[in-house]
Ligand binder design. Structure first.
Ligand SMILES: [Zn+2]
Length: 107
């Protein structure tokens, strides 16, 4: 289901090219996990913790689930309260930035 790197927005595209699965690089924090864009952005235990923490600030008055797919990061289509879509998209971009900063300063 993963879309190609070329479909990602510019900021994440740069990230994606630095995380090249062809290099067979494993995640710094998860043993035996190949570093992919999906792992980096969504599935890594460190990324998940940043997502969980940030969603505490997203007050939509509904139970919201974290993004599961890359496209949900950019569309906020995982947010059930549509009135909060813009706030969620802003939050998502900041989460991606936070994950990237955390990744680059801790490796
Ligand atoms: Zn990981």
């Amino acid at each position: 289901m993963a879309k190609g790197i070329e479909t990602l927005p510019a900021g994440l595209e740069a990230t994606a090219y630095n995380i090249d699965p062809l290099n067979n690089t494993s995640c710094h924090w998860c043993e035996k996990e190949l570093q992919t864009v999906e792992h980096f952005a969504l599935n890594c235990k460190v990324s998940k913790e940043i997502w969980r923490t940030s969603y505490h600030f997203l007050e939509t008055n509904q139970e919201e689930s974290l993004s599961v797919f890359l496209e949900e990061i950019f569309s906020a289509s995982n947010i059930s309260n549509y009135k909060s879509t813009q706030a969620a998209m802003w939050l998502h971009m900041n989460v991606m930035n936070e994950i990237w900063c955390f990744y680059t300063t801790h490796r």
